[in-house]
Design a protein around this ligand. Structure first.
Ligand code: SF4
Ligand code: SF4
Length: 152
């Protein structure tokens, strides 16, 4: 995938991070919501996001963990091993206890999510990448050559 598309995605992530800092949400980074199935949480990613995650993990020597279809392969020992490259769905999710949930903040968060996902769709268009939005465990799974079973 095009390196320029990765850089454009990183700029979008940086923008989202800046806006989130202004909202003063209070995620403790406890990692509970990353135990996807166990927590009753789903994260979706696009093709560009999944490719960027894999590339970042490779570059930083992070190996995906065997995880199955209901878990994130980059959730290890209660932490995210690919935190700087995590997807929009990871960045924009906040549980009820994660800080200020006033109506104004909730609306701002919703607006940011709509804006960010629109920009993400635009990136796929601009770099001619097929826009496919799928569950993170499925998007990051690969088939092992020997067994044909799915592994992260
Ligand atoms: S959003 Fe909530 S559950 Fe998820 S990491 Fe932050 S504090 Fe933990
Ligand atoms: S990529 Fe990181 S933040 Fe996203 S679900 Fe996996 S462990 Fe959690």
């Amino acid at each position: 995938m095009h390196a320029r598309a990765f850089r454009a995605l990183e700029r979008l992530y940086a923008h989202v991070t800046e806006r989130l800092a202004e909202l003063r949400l209070d995620c403790r980074a406890c990692g509970s919501c990353c135990a996807l199935r166990a927590w009753g949480h789903e994260v979706y990613v696009t093709g560009l996001e999944a490719a960027c995650l894999r590339a970042w993990a490779r570059e930083h020597g992070v190996a995906p963990q065997p995880s199955g279809p209901d878990a994130c392969p980059y959730h290890a020992d209660g932490a995210c091993t690919v935190h700087p490259a995590r997807a929009l769905g990871c960045r924009l999710f906040f549980c009820r206890s994660a800080g200020n949930r006033s109506e104004a903040v909730a609306r701002a968060l919703e607006d940011l999510s709509v804006e960010a996902h629109a920009r993400l769709r635009d990136l796929h268009r601009a770099y001619r990448i097929v826009y496919k939005y799928q569950a993170l465990p499925a998007a990051l799974a690969v088939r092992t050559a020997s067994t044909g079973t799915r592994a992260p």
